[in-house]
Design a protein around this ligand. Structure first.
Ligand SMILES: Cc1cc2nc3c(=O)[nH]c(=O)nc-3n(C[C@H](O)[C@H](O)[C@H](O)COP(=O)(O)OP(=O)(O)OC[C@H]3O[C@@H](n4cnc5c(N)ncnc54)[C@H](O)[C@@H]3O)c2cc1C
Length: 505
């Protein structure tokens, strides 16, 4: 993906079959679906790909045990199918993860044991492993950091895990390989209409402020927590489609929550779910479900959310985790389908919805990362109908999303040309300097944040380490992009300002 080459296509005066607004999981899935059906597709993202919620998930490819508890069997069944497909189609960015639900009575063991057996049965041939009942000793073996006090046993089940932003970028890379035009830092700022029908989009390149007007047979709104704003751009009188709900996560070092299994608490005393999940050698703790009024691209954790996670993890673990132990705090916004009850979002459905406005704007709303492909099918089937495009079937069910061989070869070439780039970015992590160059040449990274947040996940693994390496990353980038000392300074300042928000004081 090369940005200048893609931008030049905006000058094309022809008509796009589909313009997709939003470069998170939903938009990326829609672009891949549309491009592989043969539609002439353009996707624009106002910031960087996956800068919104799609880099800030709990990183689970899951059916959602909690939704089973809520009785939403259809959603779980569908998500388990998608989980299986995703693990097959993108094996290098996904993995199977063992989870343990600790239980404190025989009744809990029966209740959760039966529920998780059903979860397993619903996965059918796409099951990732058989659910097992554990006694207290076996549970402690799997979760060495669990508080043994009153522990009765545990249930081990299997789910998927992934690298969310990198999957998003590879879905977009695969869409581009299939003919789509994909551009970051381009914002939809208005619709072009003819006789009240949308016929195109006004787009601003946020780097140059250049404005482009592109014609489209149909426009898909895949803007997640920002859906309401784009809908309003079409029709100021529309009701809210999305109610954002915030979820926070901490990332801590492995020695504070040991073992290779993840812990899942289906119901804390105030009815929430708590996870402790190993990820890239660290552990992610989360999450919360707090309704908020206005979407922000970098949402801020509330003090009560921080206290909730600390208090509950310390209740279930033996090592006492303090604020200073948190390497990174990150916050995402669930784009939940709007309901009248805005007070409690943990009960709102994680299913998706589709809305077609009178002017023909196709908005795809809600859902979850795991079901992005299903959402894409729904969106593109309807968009093709609205745009009067020739009917073509979806082909993504078994389509590989795997650019790992391309990456390996490119990294090798970068190192052959400059052996210094084989060095690590930081001694504590496996990332090489060559990956910075790869991110620029092949993944449309334009600044230090793009590299250290969403391609190399250092900001999410340890924000202080990310700040520490930022100057060196900026120097490598400046060399590749032919930038000067001022650019380096500005990049480091901007990145440090952002990274400071990922540190828990
Ligand atoms: C705390 C939390 C944990 C979660 N954990 C999981 C999990 O473990 N597993 C799972 O399956 N799901 C999970 N989810 C759900 C999942 O992350 C989201 O459903 C999914 O990422 C939403 O993707 P999206 O593309 O709709 O939204 P986003 O990723 O937010 O993408 C929308 C994009 O649209 C762009 N945009 C907005 N306006 C414009 C404009 N005018 N022009 C151009 N671009 C624009 C935004 O910049 C943004 O990048 C979680 C969600 C949260 C909040």
């Amino acid at each position: 993906m090369n940005r200048p080459a893609q931008i030049s296509k905006l000058k094309d005066s022809g008509i796009w079959d589909m313009v997709i607004i939003g470069g998170g999981a939903t938009g990326a899935g829609a672009a891949l679906d549309a491009a592989t059906r043969g539609y002439k597709t353009l996707l624009i993202e106002q910031y960087d790909f996956a800068k919104g919620t799609s880099s800030k998930s709990t990183k689970l490819v899951h059916g959602g045990v909690r939704y089973l508890q809520q009785g939403n069997v259809k959603l779980v069944f569908e998500a388990l199918r998608e989980r299986g497909r995703l693990l097959k189609n993108a094996p290098h960015l996904t993995s199977t993860q063992a989870f343990i639900v600790p239980v404190y009575s025989l009744w809990q063991k029966i209740f959760y044991g039966v529920g998780l057996k059903v979860y397993d049965i619903l996965a059918g041939s796409l099951s990732l492993g058989k659910t097992k009942l554990l006694n207290a000793k076996q549970t402690i073996q799997q979760l060495p950091s669990i508080n043994p006090n009153k522990l009765f046993g545990g249930i081990m089940y299997f789910d998927g895990q992934f690298d969310d932003s990198n999957l998003c970028i590879e879905i977009l890379g695969t869409a581009e390989k299939n003919g789509a035009t994909i551009i970051n830092y381009c914002k939809a700022i208005g619709f072009i209409k003819d006789n009240h029908k949308i016929t195109g989009v006004e787009i601003m390149d946020t780097y140059t402020q250049n404005i482009y007007k592109v014609n489209a047979k149909v426009v898909v709104n895949a803007t997640g927590a920002f859906t309401n704003e784009v809908v309003e751009m079409d029709d100021q009188n529309q009701q809210d489609f999305v109610t954002p709900s915030q979820g926070i996560h901490f990332v801590i070092n492995k020695n504070l929550f040991e073992g290779s299994a993840a812990m899942m608490i289906p119901k804390t005393d105030d009815g929430r779910v708590l996870f402790a999940v190993p990820w890239y050698g660290k552990v992610i703790l989360g999450t919360t479900d707090t309704p908020i009024k206005k979407s922000n691209i970098e949402p801020k954790a509330l003090e009560e959310e921080i206290k909730f996670i600390l208090e509950h993890i310390n209740r279930y673990g033996t090592q006492k985790i303090a604020r200073a132990d948190v390497n990174t705090i990150f916050v995402g916004l669930r784009p939940l389908i709007s309901t009248k009850n805005k007070g409690n979002t943990s009960g709102v459905s994680r299913e998706h919805a589709l809305h077609i406005s009178l002017s023909g704007l196709v908005s795809i709303i809600g859902g979850k990362w795991t079901t992005y492909r299903k959402m894409a099918i729904h969106a593109i089937d309807n968009a093709a109908f609205v745009g009067k495009l020739p009917k073509k079937n979806c082909v993504t069910a078994n389509l590989p999303i795997d650019l790992s061989v391309q990456k390996l070869n490119a990294i090798q070439q970068i190192i052959e040309a400059n052996p210094e780039y084989a060095n690590k970015i930081h001694a504590g992590f496996d990332y090489q300097l060559a990956e910075i160059v790869y991110a620029i040449r092949h993944q449309m990274a334009t600044n230090v944040e793009d590299v250290l947040s969403r391609r190399i996940r250092l900001l999410y693994l340890d924000a202080r380490v990310a700040m520490h390496v930022a100057p060196n990353v900026a120097i490598v980038m400046a060399k590749e992009l032919n930038k000067d000392e001022n650019w380096i300074q500005q990049q480091v300042t901007e990145f440090n300002d952002l990274a400071a928000k990922y540190i828990l004081d």
